[in-house]
Design a protein around this ligand. Structure first.
Ligand code: IMP
Ligand code: MG
Length: 461
């Protein structure tokens, strides 16, 4: 029988704690994959008190038996990926012998990273607040059909190795230097063809030695990744047909989706469920479970509308209690209340079959807390429970809240099963299941790997 496919999706603005759920689910999956985004993602997995931030490797890499796949939909910065591999391997976790990078995945080059920065500066007050990881510019190249893929890198390196393999290391490196440099400047030239070489060289590699440094790092990184580049689509389908299960790990989230999010304050991919299928090459009928991850409150990093934001001392308190600082950029996250109107939308566009609610411990430290159950039009006073990701529409609304009793942290501390949770906490989770009509199946009660309770809170209406 064909293996099962499970997707883990972010329901809000990212940073819902997907890494924690994936780390748990990965223990029972033979294959774990990333499908979308790139090193803009930051997943933190805490194992035995030690925190492991990951940007490109799926969080499921911590199951040492799992095959680790970077799908065709991921925009891969080879330097970041190679660093992550080396860092985990130096801690004793083998990665390279079970890592498969799609030959169709697009490569992020240092000039993409630089362009991201230049573009954000150009936007000035209208900046998007990107992570400066080169995601937008690399996506532009991909859709302009000007991108460089890992298959191109593999071909280039194979050809040069065949041609100059007998040369000294220094000579060989010089050949690669020339080839990589030409490739990068040809790419830059396509977009800025009116700029003379010297001026764009200065624009992209402003500091002395920066170009050399970039090429040296790229060369080393691609050499590390080369043996892992392959046809991941055949690989994962053959394994699925042999009964192996696949876990696809989402990055970013529903409201950052280029189609479904608060455009233009979004990322340059479709991190929702259907985009994740495209990002590894499976059809939607293969998917048996779509887990939507949320926090008991909400956060957003970067610009854009955030209707339940608490830009006040409550938000500050949530930030401190929930350690809401970016894994990728270190930026303090904007914090606010859980928005069930937006969550219902995430249930719809992703076809969620299960919910995972994180940070129950954090919300339980507050005296009381609020959940947005509807929006009210500021002018007409009309209420709605239907979400629109259009900024103009969202800006017309104010949230309508329901209050919940908090202060249950002390009572819930140390709970090892859902049944041991205080009644206030259970009532809150039941309310989420009823509102969304999706069962709550996982509850996060702390940062650690073991602080996850399994349950099955079914909607009661
Ligand atoms: P980009 O993906 O770096 O282009 O950034 C576009 C928007 O998505 C910005 O608001 C970022 O802060 C946000 N973003 C991108 N990746 C993540 C993530 O993993 N978590 C939270 N926000 C993200
Ligand atoms: Mg994150």
């Amino acid at each position: 029988m064909r293996g099962k496919v499970t997707l883990v999706v972010g329901t809000n603005f990212g940073d819902e704690g997907k890494g924690k759920i994936i780390d748990y689910l990965a223990q029972t999956h033979n294959m774990v994959a990333r499908a979308t985004g790139g090193s803009n993602a930051g997943h933190k997995v805490v194992i035995q008190g030690r925190s492991y931030p990951l940007h490109l490797l799926p969080s499921g890499v911590f199951n040492p038996r799992a095959k680790v796949i970077i799908g065709n939909g991921v925009l891969v910065d080879p330097i970041v990926l190679a660093q992550e591999i080396v860092s985990l391997e130096s801690d004793g976790l083998k990665v390279r012998d079970r890592l498969y990078i799609s030959e169709k995945a697009h490569v992020i080059f240092p000039y993409h990273v630089r362009t991201d920065e230049i573009e954000e500066n150009r936007r000035g007050d209208n900046k998007l607040g990107t992570t400066h990881k080169g995601i937008g510019p690399a996506a532009e190249d991909k859709y302009a059909r000007d991108g460089i893929r890992f298959s191109d890198m593999k071909q280039l390196f194979t050809e040069l190795n065949e041609k100059y393999g007998s040369c000294s290391d220094i000579e060989l490196y010089e050949k690669f230097w020339d080839a990589l440099c030409k490739l990068m400047f040809d790419q830059i030239d396509k977009h800025y063809n009116s700029m003379p070489f010297a001026s764009y060289k200065n624009r992209y590699f402003a500091k002395d030695g920066e170009l050399d440094d970039s090429i040296r790092k790229l060369y080393a990184a691609i050499n590390i990744l080369l043996p892992c580049i392959c046809d991941t689509i055949s690989l994962l389908h053959t394994n699925l047909e042999n009964g192996q299960d696949l876990l696809i790990e989402g990055a970013q989230a529903t409201l950052l989706d280029i189609d479904f999010g608060t455009y233009p304050f979004v990322t340059s991919s479709n991190p929702t469920a259907s985009g994740m299928c495209t990002g590894v090459g499976i059809g939607p009928t293969y998917v048996s479970e779509v887990v939507g991850v949320l926090k008991a409150y909400a956060s957003r990093v970067g610009e854009g509308v955030f209707i339940t934001e608490q830009a006040n001392e409550i938000g500050d308190k949530i930030r401190v209690l929930g350690h809401e600082y970016g894994t990728t950029t270190g930026r303090p996250r904007r914090c606010g209340w859980l928005d069930l109107v937006a969550l219902k939308y995430a249930c719809r566009v992703n076809g969620l079959t299960a919910l995972a609610v994180n940070h129950l411990d954090t919300i339980g430290m507050l005296e009381n807390f609020y959940v947005c159950v509807a929006y009210r039009d500021k002018e007409t006073g009309e209420k709605t429970t239907s979400f629109s990701s259009e900024n103009n529409t969202l800006n017309r609304y104010v949230p309508v809240y329901k209050e919940f009793e908090g202060n249950f942290y002390k009572e819930m501390k140390g709970s090892k099963s859902f049944e041991e949770l205080p009644q206030e906490a259970i009532n809150f989770l039941q309310f989420i299941a009823d509102y969304t009509n999706v069962p709550v199946k996982y509850v996060g009660v702390g940062a650690g790997r073991d602080d996850l309770l399994k349950c099955n809170i079914l909607p009661q209406k």
